[in-house]
Design a binder for this molecule. Structure first.
Ligand code: FES
Length: 151
């Protein structure tokens, strides 16, 4: 969770720049402070600078350091199929929704996790199954998933 102080400090930092649209300087500042450039911060920068969000995204994609592993989006798919769902998969998914507050595409509020569901991984006997960045983990519970995601 990004606190309000961070946003007021970022706003002050932008206000002091001779070129308020210097997104490279701004993104460097964010990266130093947070170790990542979450989507909600990108939106905030766009709001405060008048830059378009796509422009900021392009800058992030252009410079490898802004795309560092900390700013990479983790992909999480929870199986809510016939076996995993009742075995706890649906509950895991519901709890993750409460924690991550994803948008309609499944991207978490902080822009770090993409949460989706799956109908079956073909490992029903070992459910609940959850995949994280393509690796399927079996017999999962909410605590296991949270630990793996650093939540
Ligand atoms: S229902 Fe989850 S793996 Fe089949």
């Amino acid at each position: 969770m990004i606190n309000k102080d961070f946003y007021s400090e970022l706003e002050e930092f932008i206000a002091k720049l001779s070129d308020k649209k210097d997104d490279v300087k701004i993104l460097n500042y964010v990266l130093d402070r947070l170790g990542a450039i979450p989507k909600e911060v990108q939106k905030f920068i766009a709001e405060k600078t008048g830059l378009m969000e796509i422009t900021i995204e392009n800058t992030i994609n252009f410079y490898p350091k802004f795309r560092g592993k900390d700013s990479r989006v983790k992909e999480v798919a929870v199986c809510v199929g016939m076996n995993c769902g009742p075995a706890g998969g649906q509950q895991i998914y519901n709890e993750l929704v409460k924690i991550l507050e994803p948008d309609e595409k499944g991207l978490s509020k902080d822009g770090k996790i993409l949460l989706t569901t799956k109908r079956c991984f073909g490992r029903c006997a070992k459910g609940p199954n959850v995949s994280i960045d393509g690796v399927i983990y079996s017999l999962m519970n909410l605590q296991d998933v949270k630990r793996k995601l650093g939540l």
